[in-house]
Design a protein around this ligand. Sequence first.
Ligand SMILES: Nc1ncnc2c1ncn2[C@@H]1O[C@H](COP(=O)(O)OP(=O)(O)OP(=O)(O)O)[C@@H](O)[C@H]1O
Ligand SMILES: [Mg+2]
Length: 497
Amino acid sequence: MPSGLVGAWLRRRSLARRVAAWALAVGGPALLTLASLPLRSSLVLGGFLFSLILVVIAVAVLDGVLPALTAVVLGVLVRVVFFAPPFVSSHAGLQPNLVSLSGFAIVGAVVAILIGELAKLAEEQASSRRVEAALRRVATLVAAGAPTDELFAAVCEEAGKLLHAEQTTMSRYESDDAVTFVAGWSRSGAAFTLGARLRLGGRNLATMVARSHRPARMDSYSDASGAVAEAVSGSGSRSAAGTPIVVQGRLWGVLIATTVNEQPLAPDTETRLASFTELAATAIANAQAQADVAASRARILAAADETRRRIERDLHDGVQQRLITQALLLSGIRDRVPADVSADVDQVRDELAATRQELRDLCQGVHPTILVEAGLQAAIRDLARRSPLPVRVQIRAGGRLPGSCEINAYYVAAEAFTNAAKHADASAVDITIEEAGGTLTVQVRDDGAGGADASRGSGLTGLRDRVEAVGGSMRLDSPAGVGTVLTVLLPVTADDH
Ligand SMILES: Nc1ncnc2c1ncn2[C@@H]1O[C@H](COP(=O)(O)OP(=O)(O)OP(=O)(O)O)[C@@H](O)[C@H]1O
Ligand SMILES: [Mg+2]
């Protein structure tokens, strides 16, 4: 048997162990007396007492001081009673040696107390080491930012094993007086219907904790009622304890341990569960904070894009339209002015045309209208045409993509093209855009100097923020002298409106 199993058995103060200790405390002295009765010699007393002290030690290790002291008292009594007339004749050497027995009674009592206390101490230490180990395993997952599903499953498993429970479940309270199972562990390996949503009410632990916001226990399931009790009625649960999971002062859920044994769960079960619920609460708060930050980044980005779109519209509908009107006015004036002035009018008209072109380019940079009107493919080809470097475009993505996905991909390409032209001293740029499995991959590669470093500017950092805000990722490979590859993965998810 593996030593761990032996250790676990030894440490566990179960009913079976208690019964064994008392059986040995009573049966041991009786058996020893019976065995030594036929051997009528004073030597036998030494052997008897030695064996009895071994029994006392074993009983003390098994169940502490009380049964061990009982073994000492019984041992001395049976020896006194059965080694005196009428059981044995009163020949010398067969009489109970009262001095030795008195000495033994004192030594036996001291041994029983010492060993019993030591065994208790060792058990307490082993138990707190087990608690620490279980909590450390969960805390490591919390610190590593493990996904909440994985963490909840670990909390249920570690708490269940530690408390010798038959099963543990973690549930989340919903706003409409219902509860949802989010994780579970069972000693028998039984499967859980995760995600099952049940109405609160009746007599069951989930409801008791929801109403009181405090730990609760049920030492009997015989009068359990309500949807939650019905859901677990087949599991043979006899008693259970539950502790609330409180996240930032608000009741989030409940962790429940149940047992199928006759014996109720240990009195410290709720306190032990609380150590796990505190860790779970920390992880939930972390995950919520992360989700809040991601959502707020996405909102900021969407608001910035919306502002750019408005500025572009204002420039297009306002300034650009006025420039067009002014150009038309000038055309009208030109035929009516003397010949020497018409050359100047032509010059002003050319200037106006150049200003309009510049404004159009500026608008495109502020917000690429072509993207909205003609889609990503057309916008990227337009961008490639306007790039000072030759750009080879390969797009394997059919149809229109969600607006935010298109705009993010466009900005990736725009920044990468500009960087290649500005910093790389490259001869050509390649862009591939591919959509597969709900992800849009944009990769821009140049054959320039490499050595790109996001910390030296704001373009690449801004791009990373933009990409990560929508749950995407960005990778920059730019070994010096080899060229630069910028790879961005964007989730293709429908925009929220
Ligand atoms: N394709 C590239 N090839 C070589 N070096 C690059 C390339 N892209 C970027 N770099 C280097 O990395 C630095 C950071 O680039 P980034 O785009 O973040 O900033 P920037 O282009 O200098 O300024 P901004 O984009 O804010 O106008 C650049 O200053 C440049 O030195
Ligand atoms: Mg840049």
